[in-house]
Design a protein around this ligand. Structure first.
Ligand code: PLP
Length: 350
């Protein structure tokens, strides 16, 4: 029996996608082989990869002056790849720090550039996004980096920051495909696949053409946007099964009515959940109302000692992985594109 798995990632996949992958596992596309055994250079796989990209372009309405790359190394790899591709050694780069992932992005970037934190929500224990207009990127910044949805503490920006001529870079790992976004506002978008799109092993990078030529000569080829764009993300062997599965998920999202329909669904789920939490005397959510994530909903029980009981009893009822992220403790809920919920207890101090 399948359970409801509330993990933020690797997250649940749509059952029709899993069923199709199962049905095609031994004989994909009439090849007499599984998709995992087919050459990535074969006509069939190249078509499968191109179709995944075309479907993603359609559902996200990605303009023609953007490249879509399917890279390895996860979102974490992009914490290094972005500075290597966009900024000279030691160049100033502006960051908005709103939680665990944006902090990690800063510490990786520090190896290559000079990060300037122009908004820092740590004083409020990461329970809000910075107010719109409360920060200003420097005109000399190579780019402005932010994390639209902080997965662990459930803090999501309700707006896209203004960055003027400074390219805006966004880690969309846990919010991509959850609703329509205007891609043209961004210089680079990246997202690890396993949160909202497919299995782990890939990171989708969407990069504006004019930013392709800025890479340092020392940038690893497999992370060099221009080189990977020129090679259709196949400079080396890509994770073919993951790419194939991403394509199936994109088709599934399209069949659901695309991102407007996903957005409606996710808004309704979030509203129902926060409404229940706020109306309860037992559960609470610490995040400021305008910064509450649609995708990851942390909650606290009234008594910390009951968190373990809650998670254990939920799990026994087939509601699994409701415990919070290992870095913060006990419980809460995370909703992914396909299905709802998981949890994290923000620690009371740091
Ligand atoms: C999970 C996550 C990451 C790390 O992704 P990997 O694919 O494991 O490298 C980075 N940023 C955000 C916002 C995440 O949720």
């Amino acid at each position: 029996m399948r359970v409801y798995n509330f993990s933020a990632g690797p997250a649940m996949l749509p059952e029709p996608v899993l069923a199709q992958a199962q049905a095609e596992l031994l004989d994909w596309n009439g090849s007499g082989m599984s998709v995992m055994e087919v050459s990535h250079r074969s006509k069939e796989f190249v078509a499968c990869a191109a179709e995944a990209e075309a479907t993603l372009r359609q559902i996200m309405a990605i303009p023609d002056n953007y490249k879509v790359l399917f890279l390895q190394g996860g979102a974490y790899g992009q914490f290094s790849a972005v500075p290597l591709n966009l900024a000279a050694d030691g160049a100033p780069v502006d960051f908005l720090v709103t939680g665990d992932w944006s902090k990690k992005a800063v510490s990786e970037a520090k190896k290559y550039v000079s990060p300037r934190v122009i908004a820092d929500e740590s004083a409020g224990n990461f329970t809000a996004a910075p107010a719109q207009g409360s920060f200003q990127p420097g005109a000399d910044a190579a780019y402005l980096h932010y994390t639209p949805n902080e997965t662990i503490r459930g803090v999501e920006f309700g707006y896209v920051p203004e960055s003027g001529d400074v390219p805006l870079v966004a880690d969309l790992s846990s919010t991509i495909l959850s609703r329509p976004i205007e891609v043209s506002k961004f210089g680079v978008i990246y997202a690890g696949a396993q949160k909202n799109m497919g299995p782990s092993g890939m990171c989708v990078v969407i990069v504006r053409d004019d930013l392709l030529e800025r890479a340092r000569s020392t940038t690893p080829a497999v992370w060099n946007y221009a080189e990977m764009a020129a090679a259709d993300s196949m400079l080396n062997t890509p994770p073919t099964f993951g790419w194939y599965l991403l394509g199936l998920v994109y088709k599934w999202v399209q069949a659901q009515g695309g991102l407007p329909a996903m957005g409606e669904r996710n808004r309704a789920k979030a509203e129902a959940l926060y409404g229940f939490i706020d109306g309860s005397h037992f559960y609470s959510n610490p995040v400021q109302a305008d910064s509450r994530s649609w995708m990851n909903v942390p909650f606290l029980t009234a008594k910390p000692e009951l968190d373990k009981t809650f998670v254990a009893e939920a799990s026994a009822a087939g509601l699994t992985n409701l415990g919070g992220h290992r870095s913060v403790g006990a419980c809460g809920l995370a909703s992914t594109t396909r299905c709802p919920l998981r949890a994290s207890r923000p620690s009371s101090t740091s």
